[in-house]
Design a protein around this ligand. Sequence first.
Ligand code: SF4
Length: 508
Amino acid sequence: MRILLVNVPHPAIGSRIPDDHLPPLGLLAVGGPLIDDGHTVRLIDGEFGPAATGDLAAEAVAWHPDAVLFGHSGSTSGHPVIAEVAAAIAIALPGTPVVYGGVFPTYHWREILREEPHVTAIVRGEGEETARRLMAALAAGTSLDAVPGIAFRDEAGPWATPDAAVIRDIDAYRVGWELIDHARYSYWGGLQAVVVQFSRGCPHLCNYCGQRGFWTRWRHRDPIRFAWELARLHREHGVRVINFADENPTVSRKAWRIFLEALIAEEVDLILVGSTRADDIVRDADILHLYKRAGWARFLLGLESTVEATLARIRKGATTTTDREAIRLLRRHGILSMATWVVGFEEETDRDYWRGLRQLLSYDPDQIQMLYVTPHRWTPYFRLAAGRRVIQTDRRRWDYKHQVLATRHMPPWRVLLWFKFIELAVQGRPRALARVLLHPDQGLRHAMRWYTRMGRRVWSHEILGFLRDPLVQDGPSVAAFWGQPQEAEEESMRAMRAERPVETCLSV
Ligand code: SF4
């Protein structure tokens, strides 16, 4: 089959403001196994330009695909764009199956199949094996019922097959790096870059996060093979920056240490950036020199809040002492720390923001990333927030950089003022500015200056956006806006499945 992978331009500030673009790892991860199955696969990346919907549709038509696949890592906010581009391609290529995968469709498959007739099938959960089986079934015209982990539409309406088995051996599926021109992709201020994934999932239980639900359990790749692959990307494709998509790659100290030592042995000049938990950094205090030697330049630490009560309520399982210590340890080893701090919890007052700011300043992170609490339907936090009022009904804005829920004690303009003031106070204090201007490590200085430049552009974009895009005064509740929680959906599907055997064939 001729299979076209389409990466749509994402509307989020994080995608539109920087000049750098990273490869769409999810589509490449699906593309590699499809190539190995003998399909002819091509990727169109609409992030460059960004490409207009009509241009993407015209490019798709010109290639004459037998199937078109969509997916996006910025899942909720990317969905409206995928819906628009997929509809345009379906009109231009009637009868060509349109397949859609990723986090949002995994948890909203029923609504998508009801409301978007151009979508043929949805890949639910991790996609490598499921996409292979689905494409084989479409090519052969056999029953889609036999493909676990998908949803499709039959005469009775949207229907989901049982969940696919969790992939035990992630190394059995290779990333289709040959689908991209590496020279086009960059990060860290114009350095050639890729996104990779050492591990999937997370063993922790923070209730606003969907990692555990989507990936089911934490697994990791073979650390030595993984280090070899990074080294090969550097040697053969000139990649300089490796951006880890993992939320928590350091869960197993043993595996992580093997990876670090294997990468050091490869002797490649790589810059590694990614996220992890503060308590893993503290746990690894005695091997942080290996992190540095392997190339680690920055860790994003999800501090989320500096209030112990909030940390307990969101089940973060962290303490303010650990967070502070992690930042100190990273600095001692010449690794930048970026703290994420989430605002918009319902009960917050001016006093909470003021106290949080003072605590953030005492943590002294190198960089800060402020986010708004955003309850997705697939997280346990959704239930806690179900009764809160939605003030942002444009789904493209559900990207963590826009306030989407009303807060009880202050209007949105005051939340925004605090949001921007905290950023300014943390990034603009003399000590932080001195690091940006005078950091002894030239590479880190370059990175901090790049981040500061980008932050300045984001600043004006966010403030103009707030003034331009009206918020809803009396919006629906979260539950009314997104529908019932995920567990209820799954329960009703299980009941339907028990009652009804289905045979559905779609051929291309
Ligand atoms: S927020 Fe981070 S630590 Fe918590 S469950 Fe998600 S990935 Fe794990």
